[in-house]
Design a protein around this ligand. Structure first.
Ligand code: PXL
Length: 290
C-alpha cells in the first residue's frame, strides 16, 4: 500500500578511483536528487584515463554475473543510465541488458562516451564506434559532446557549425532511435568566451539551446555530472529545457567553484561544494527555443 517512492537507476559506468568521473560523479548526484543508484561497474581504474598512467581492471565477465543475479532477483529499474564502457563486448552486454530489463516506463539514458576535442579517449578501441552507433538506437536520451556527435554520425569532426547544421545533426541522430538528443560542449562561433548545449526532442519537435560562459579550464567528469543531472531532472518530472538549464547551471557553478582554487584540474570538479544546488529552483532563465 505504501510505496516508498524511491526510484531505482541502474548506472552502468566505470569506477575510477581518483578524479571525479563516472560512478563517483553519478552516485552522489543521483543520490542527492533522491534516487537509489544500483551501480553496474564496467571496470575499475586507478584514475580516469586522462592521467599519464593508470591501472585498468576489465569487469566484462563480472558484469554478466551481476546481471544474471539481478535477473534472478527480478529487479526492476525506473531508469538505465550508461556511460563509459570498457570494451566492445561490454557494449553488446549492455544492449542485451537494456532489452531484457526495459519496462514500459523505464528511461534509457546513454551517454555515448568515446572521446573529446576531436579525438577518441586513450585506450578506446576504434571498434567501439560502430557498436556505440548501434547502442544509441535503444536510448530515449543521448548526450554526446561535439566530438561524439560526429563519431556517431560517421563524419569528420568540425569545430565550427551553424545553428541550422546543429539542428540537422540532432535530427539525424534522433531518426536513428533516441527521442531526445542533447549535444554538449558546442563552441559559439566568433565568441570564445561562450559555449552552448543544443537539444532536440522528437516528441515535442522543438529545438533548444542554452548558452553559458566558457571557463578556460578542462575538468574530467563534467560530462558525467551533466548527464547525471539530466537523468535525475527528467526522472523528477522536469521538462527538457528545464533539465538542460539545471544541468548546465550545475556544471557551470561547479566549474566556477573549483576554478578559483590553485588546484590540479585532473582531480575533477569539487562536487561536494555544489550538491546543495540541486535542491534549488532554477535561478537564471537561460534556455532559448531555436
Ligand atoms: O568522464 C568520462 C570518463 C569516464 N571514465 C573514464 C574516463 C573518462 C574520461 O577521461 O577516463 C575511465
Amino acid at each position: 500500500m505504501y510505496s516508498n517512492g524511491i526510484k531505482k537507476i541502474a548506472a552502468v559506468h566505470d569506477l575510477s578511483c581518483y578524479g571525479r568521473v563516472s560512478l563517483t560523479a553519478a552516485i552522489p548526484i543521483l543520490s542527492h536528487m533522491g534516487f537509489k543508484v544500483c551501480p553496474l561497474p564496467t571496470a575499475i581504474l586507478s584514475s580516469h584515463t586522462q592521467l599519464p598512467h593508470f591501472s585498468f581492471l576489465d569487469l566484462t565477465n563480472e558484469m554478466k554475473k551481476i546481471i544474471e543475479e539481478w535477473r534472478k532477483l527480478e529487479l526492476k529499474f525506473d531508469s538505465i543510465y550508461t556511460g563509459y564502457l570498457g570494451s566492445p563486448e561490454q557494449i553488446q552486454i549492455v544492449s542485451q541488458f537494456i532489452n531484457d530489463f526495459r519496462e514500459k516506463e523505464c528511461l534509457i539514458v546513454i551517454d555515448p562516451v568515446l572521446g573529446d576535442n576531436g579525438h577518441l579517449y586513450a585506450g578506446y578501441n576504434e571498434k567501439m564506434i560502430p557498436l556505440m552507433r548501434d547502442l544509441i538506437k535503444s536510448a530515449d536520451v543521448i548526450t554526446p559532446n561535439l566530438t561524439e556527435l560526429f563519431y556517431l554520425m560517421g563524419r569528420p569532426f568540425k569545430n565550427e557549425n551553424t545553428d541550422d547544421e546543429l539542428k540537422n545533426y540532432l535530427h539525424e541522430l534522433s531518426d536513428k532511435g533516441p527521442d531526445t538528443v542533447i549535444a554538449t560542449s558546442v563552441p559559439v562561433q566568433g565568441n570564445p568566451h561562450k559555449t552552448s548545449t543544443y537539444a532536440y526532442s522528437r516528441e515535442g519537435q522543438r529545438y533548444w539551446k542554452v548558452t553559458c560562459p566558457y571557463i578556460p579550464a578542462h575538468y574530467p567528469g563534467t560530462g558525467d555530472a551533466f548527464t547525471s543531472v539530466i537523468t535525475g531532472s527528467i526522472m523528477q518530472g522536469d521538462s527538457l529545457p528545464i533539465a538542460l538549464d539545471r544541468a548546465v547551471q550545475f556544471v557551470l557553478q561547479a566549474i566556477r567553484a573549483t576554478f578559483g582554487y590553485n588546484y590540479n584540474n585532473m582531480e575533477g570538479i569539487l562536487l561536494e561544494k555544489m550538491l546543495h544546488n540541486l535542491d534549488m529552483p532554477i535561478q537564471i532563465n537561460s534556455y532559448e527555443l531555436i
